[in-house]
Design a protein around this ligand. Sequence first.
Ligand code: ATP
Ligand code: MG
Length: 375
Amino acid sequence: MTKKLNNEKVIASKLLASEQRYRRLFETARDGILLLDSQTGEITDVNPFLIELLGYSKEEFLGKKLWEVGAFKNIKASKETFKALQDTGYVAYEDLPLETKDGRLIEVEFVSNAYMAGNERVMQCNIRDISIRKRIDAVDKSILFLEQEKLKTNFIADATHELRTPLAIIKGNVELALRNKDKNASQVETFKAINVEINHLAELLSDLTTLTSENKIAHQKIFKSKVSLLRLIENVTERCATLALTKNIKIEIKEIPDVSLAGDRIYLEKLFSNIISNAIFYGKEKGSIIINAKKDKKYIIITIKDNGIGIEKEDLPNIFNRFYRAENARDTKREGTGLGLAISKWIVESHDGNIEVSSVIKKGTTFTISLPLFL
Ligand code: ATP
Ligand code: MG
């Protein structure tokens, strides 16, 4: 009799030790744990980690069904999850959004098992916060992407640099040959044609240099000073006048406020000549280009409006990308490279400004550029 009693005591104390050990694991786990009643789906226990993770008190969990707790109510499948758990004994989600009590969304891994504990069927849900892991993954991906971009950019920068010298030598030789009196008319034409292509290539190399140097020495290259807006616009339109004449396009400068910009004159001239020459290239024969500007606190907002071929809606988001040319532009005689607007965007952003475009196909295009005033 006493032996039996002793045995029972030993078993009871072992059970207690085991219970305490598992309780401690439950209390200190760094994963959220929920225990459910296998019949009703009511929560019978929740560990402190999950309480902290989701911000609901223990009372807000206990006695509720899984889908009655705010955090899970967004999951339409909560009821079905429980049903699947009842049927198969196992449910897992790799990537589940849960809402904390204060409205934050967190990504979790959700694994639930059903098992027998003595005579009772227990359902246990383990919930692991994976938002940090996901954020690290996203950062890793962006770093990889940036490294690949940098490799590509450096490659283009190096190739551009290597191409400059031979091109300069070819140009020198062609110019020498053109100066040589001992040649017939057809040879002159040939050399002139070669020269046009060389100039085109030289311009392309210069554009590529501007674009690829942006990562390396971006802001060091911009030398800001006080630049008169009106003089800037007049300079550029004068330079574009001959080009405009070839298509009988009228460039109209509206009321431009007498203000100065804080910027690099050379780059700003490049910016406006890119936009105005586009307006001519993609403008209508005998069309018009209207340049307007208005002051707005610390910025000046300049619009350049043409009535040319316009840009299709689906092309609009892409036109500032390097080498992008819309289908209708490729149909024109103009042989562009698709770098002008990428450079323009870079120039505007290096000046802490903004450039936007709106366009109606076959009607015309308006570029809106805002740049900081010299204050
Ligand atoms: P380049 O590098 O010689 O300037 P490009 O003119 O083709 O070549 P971007 O200036 O970058 O390149 O312009 C990109 C594309 O945006 C053009 O090919 C054209 O499809 C479209 N685009 C730009 N400006 C206009 C405009 N004013 N009207 C219609 N389409 C335009
Ligand atoms: Mg262009």
